[in-house]
Design a protein around this ligand. Sequence first.
Ligand code: 5AD
Ligand code: SF4
Length: 481
Amino acid sequence: MDDISITSKPDEASGTLTHSPALPNTRKVYVKTYGCQMNVYDSQRMTDSLAAEGYSPTDTADDADLVLINTCHIREKASEKLYSALGRLRKMKDARAKEGRELTVGVAGCVAQAEGDEITRRAPVVDLVVGPQTYHRLPQALARVRQGERVVETEYAIEDKFDHLPAPAIEQTRSRGVTAFVTVQEGCDKFCTFCVVPYTRGSEISRPVAQIVREAEKLAEAGVRELTLLGQNVNAWHGEGADGREWGLGELLYRLAEIPGIARLRYVTSHPRDMDDTLINAHRDLPMLMPYLHLPVQSGSDRILKAMNRKHSGADYLRLIDRIRSARSDIALSGDFIVGFPGETEEDFEATMQIVRDVTYAAAYSFKYSPRPGTPGADMENHVEEAVKDDRLQRLQSLLSEQQYAFQRSLIGKSMDVLIEKAGRLPGQMVGRSPWLQPVIIDVHGDRIGDIIHVRIIDTGTNSLIGVREMNSASNGTITG
Ligand code: 5AD
Ligand code: SF4
């Protein structure tokens, strides 16, 4: 959060700064987003609800009337970073006060939920604190701030926040591009012993089918081609289907696949325990369900998996991967790993390395264990020394990067569909997305953003692929405006 006081571009994780067509004489909001894709989605929805209040988005704190920091609490240093960002905002607010200008400062997201009142106590610059379940009350909270109150809104809402959030204007959706997130599920009941999510996001809730379908249809009408369904435990989603039966995520995907205009579906993040047969079959039956699955295992050691309360063994995970690969042979896997969980021995760590060798990942995220206050892991004995964690992380990451690079090299010479997302950095270039999520750089041949074209991969960089358009490509739809 160190770039809060300067004119800043969104970082990789945020990608949230959005521009609706400028409304004259409106106030401006700068939303800085940290953390996961769900925070990106939440920031967009907060921006949408503020649009109705006359706020237009800006990409710098310097010309904002309202700065909202959407925080992440998943790993350490989140609150230290927040307080140093707030220190910089305090200077900005003081400088503004001398010019007779106001600056309202809000803190949202999981640190807001976890620390609540403590934030307003420690940081007088903060006018407003909203948790992930209460951000639909942002307009009312701001009205109270204007009356001179300092507002902390972190009580879990009884009402469904999604029922109270305005949909984005069609222009706003278009400005966000041809891919979009839709939160379908929130919270978690799994209680992995390292994880703060069940405490900050609360217990599992699933949005109703009709609400999700309506949101997806509106996105499609605005030109969105690819939907990524989000949830902390997205494959635990369930709800009453259009046929009156209880649906799981698999059935929901079959339904969303029927929406005209939507050409690609993805979902993230899944728990191995919730991969049911219908969901696996959806990978077999729906070509538009992209062959890429993020399925965290966290560790390869059964002893550590038990201590983590993961509710699956290494062998369960491997069997599951086999079933998924039998349903869709070209599926690529990504995962999350934690090294240095309390009590992890060299042998446990070796089991993690082994499961990585057994599965082979196309991409992965790996972290050193960091004790989160209030989680059972934090109170366990035998915490692993930092230097040991560093060493294990380095070994794991070098294996994972080798696998990622090997996966990308294996795509050279192959043809694939690429969804064009934006103009490239160099004139004449465009950037699209492969089915396996890598950016693909191609030369322009009259294609437009939103087109899906056939591309042959000719080379790979560290994170992106270089492709050439295959001339038998049939463009299957564009967005306009
Ligand atoms: N320490 C390290 N990594 C963590 N994660 C969640 N909590 C912790 C923690 N306390 C990682 C897990 C999870 C990902 C989102 O973040 O790997 O899947
Ligand atoms: Fe956290 Fe585990 Fe729930 Fe994932 S499944 S959000 S890691 S508690």
